[in-house]
Design a protein around this ligand. Structure first.
Ligand SMILES: Nc1ncnc2c1ncn2[C@@H]1O[C@H](COP(=O)(O)OP(=O)(O)OP(=O)(O)O)[C@@H](O)[C@H]1O
Length: 250
């Protein structure tokens, strides 16, 4: 059998993208960048530097000026191709839904209105639960999971959606090391399968292990490119200030 590798180059492009909240906070100032895929790209910068806003602007969740395109098409027309996991504190864990049902929500963007989840989709749900190691917990309510387990469920929902792009906002905050390692392994595997992954991240000690590319922000672009070119003291000081300290010890 001959396997043909997909040679389409994925690309996210922002040209002069600005976001102003309430006519007073300029969260993004004329941000221009190109993210080539498949890659795992980290978006880093201090608190309030516009990291989440950048994801939301690409997703059309916040009003922006400038031009944002994915593979040359306006990003708003590409939303079906993007799976998004918001910051954990924005998700209602008291919603009465089981792990299995939560993962199955990932099938909805590809279903027609009022259609129910198909048999083959439930098989994809089973496989995703297997990959994240939570098959035994599938009938549990999501509110009864640990933070790390819940984050894994959200990743499983993205796997089921089978989107080309994955946007994750602070996926590793407040989770255990086992879950973090499982998630990063899955993400590296997804990259090998051609996905382009954007992660808002704040733990600088992991940056070199996790990301091929970096977007360093401080409301404007400080640097963009390969992690080996961007992640240096000079850029870090420009983004975070002179007192930056990185703890690389485990
Ligand atoms: N909905 C909103 N209304 C008004 N201001 C907002 C809104 N969302 C974000 N901001 C402001 O825009 C700026 C950028 O916020 P954003 O959440 O994008 O930063 P961030 O880098 O993701 O921050 P953090 O690391 O703290 O999560 C901040 O000053 C924030 O207070």
């Amino acid at each position: 059998m001959i396997y043909l590798r997909r040679e389409v180059m994925e690309m996210i492009e922002c040209q002069n993208v600005s976001v102003m909240y309430n006519n007073e906070v300029e969260a993004l100032k004329k941000v221009s960048l190109t993210i080539m895929g498949p890659t795992i790209t980290g978006i880093i910068g201090p608190n309030g530097s516009g990291k989440s806003t950048l994801l939301k602007a690409i997703l059309g969740m916040t009003r922006s000026t400038g031009k944002i395109s994915i593979n040359g098409v306006s990003s708003k027309k590409m939303l079906k191709k993007i799976a998004y996991v918001a910051q954990k504190n924005l998700i209602d864990l008291s919603f009465p839904i089981t792990v299995r049902e939560c993962v199955a929500l990932g099938t909805l963007p590809n279903l027609g209105l009022f259609k129910s989840v198909r048999k083959e989709d439930w098989r994809r749900v089973e496989r995703a639960l297997e990959v994240i190691g939570l098959r035994k917990e599938q009938e549990r309510q999501i509110g009864a999971l640990s933070g790390g387990q819940f984050q894994r469920v959200l990743i499983a929902r993205c796997l089921v959606q089978d989107a080309d792009y994955l946007f994750l906002d602070e996926p590793f905050v407040g989770i255990d090391m086992v879950s973090e390692n499982i998630i990063i392994k899955i993400l590296k595997d997804l990259k090998k399968r051609g996905k382009t992954i954007l992660i808002v991240h704040h733990d600088l000690s992991k940056v070199e292990d996790y990301f091929d590319q970096l977007v360093m922000l401080n409301n404007k672009i400080i640097a963009v490119g390969a992690t080996s070119n961007v992640f240096n003291m000079q850029n870090l000081k420009r983004a975070y200030g002179e007192n930056i300290f990185i703890d690389r010890s485990e």
